[in-house]
Design a protein around this ligand. Structure first.
Ligand code: SAM
Length: 299
């Protein structure tokens, strides 16, 4: 993408006329405490603007048009790998929307959820067990236990994926599936235009995630930790309708410099910061600076 015609670069230049983006772009906030703080503060906006059903991941629209039902794309895909009698684990279950959906679809399957934070409504499913812990350490689970382990937009919070991938490989049964949805960059961050680097860093770090890793880097981590590739699917164009929807929410404030300046001067960073990914996500993905991926690997 030519920097002169890029909406991402134009937006960063506009933001820099009234906002110090280093406030949002520079520091990784990925300790367990910071992640819990981020999700606790943003609980209400997630519910109000993102998904009333409690999904905390991008909606995947296969027909090019946004629908709230598109949030089911990821759990429906996971569902295809689940069989009667299986044990299944979700890493970073958030508000339990995926787990509760899958538990209803598969009453004879045992589901285990791992998350740092309790953000979800009451668990009324007898086949769902929830653990509040860091998934980098799964030592309370035996080797070769699960048929499927999946993580939807959660591993972006982890700088070094290797300890988690090692643990997942250990608890998976031979032949079991590891299914991951997350974002990646197509080339190393430092090779992008500096303003694009700022936009990418804002997009990730505002949400207490670590700066995006290359798709190649993700794939090396899967292979290094003993997984075999089943399939890799690029869903970037399919998340664009959701990103346009979130851009429209952000534009309620970001359509005017005065409104944006007041918002950034008066609201807490953890809350107002979310206007930045909302404002830039569509262009970041549409212009090829970031990708959304489905990785399916086996043990
Ligand atoms: C963007 S939300 C996604 C929630 C859910 N997967 C979904 O699709 O709706 C990311 C979740 O991962 C959790 N998380 C992040 N790092 C974690 C870690 N190291 N251990 C356990 N949970 C973690 C966060 O607390 C948060 O609930």
């Amino acid at each position: 993408m030519d920097a002169n015609s890029s909406n991402v670069i134009k937006k960063v230049k506009w933001l820099k006329t009234f906002l110090d983006l280093n406030r949002f772009a520079v520091k990784d906030r990925v300790s367990p405490e910071e992640i819990v703080e981020y999700y606790t503060i943003t609980d209400f906006p997630f519910k109000k603007f993102f998904s009333k059903q409690g999904f905390m991941h991008f909606h995947v629209s296969m027909d090019g048009k946004y629908s709230p039902e598109d949030a089911y794309y990821q759990p429906k895909t996971v569902s295809r790998f689940i069989h009667s009698g299986d044990n299944v684990m979700e890493l970073g279950f958030g508000k339990c929307a995926n787990l509760f959906y899958l538990a209803g679809q598969h009453p004879d399957v045992e589901f285990t959820g791992i998350d740092l934070a309790k953000l979800h409504p009451e668990n009324t499913f007898s086949n769902v067990k929830l653990y509040y812990q860091n998934y980098s350490d799964l030592s309370n689970f035996a080797d070769n236990t699960f048929s499927v382990v999946y993580g939807i937009e959660t591993l972006c919070h982890v700088i070094d994926k290797n300890p988690v991938f090692r643990e997942v490989n250990r608890v998976l049964k031979p032949g079991g599936y590891f299914i991951v949805y997350d974002y990646a960059i197509p080339k190393p961050l430092e090779t992008f235009d500096p303003d694009a680097q700022t936009a990418i860093a804002c997009f990730t770090r505002v949400g207490a995630a670590t700066v995006a890793k290359t798709a190649e880097g993700w794939e090396e981590d899967f292979l290094r930790n003993g997984f075999k590739r089943e399939s890799i699917t690029d869903l970037t164009k399919n998340v664009l309708p959701d990103m346009k929807r979130m851009e429209n929410v952000a534009l309620r404030i970001m359509d005017s410099k005065i409104k944006a300046k007041v918002a950034f001067e008066t609201m807490p960073d953890l809350l107002v910061g979310n206007l930045l990914p909302g404002f830039m996500a569509y262009d970041l993905y549409n212009e090829g600076y970031m990708n959304y991926k489905e990785w399916i690997f086996t043990k």
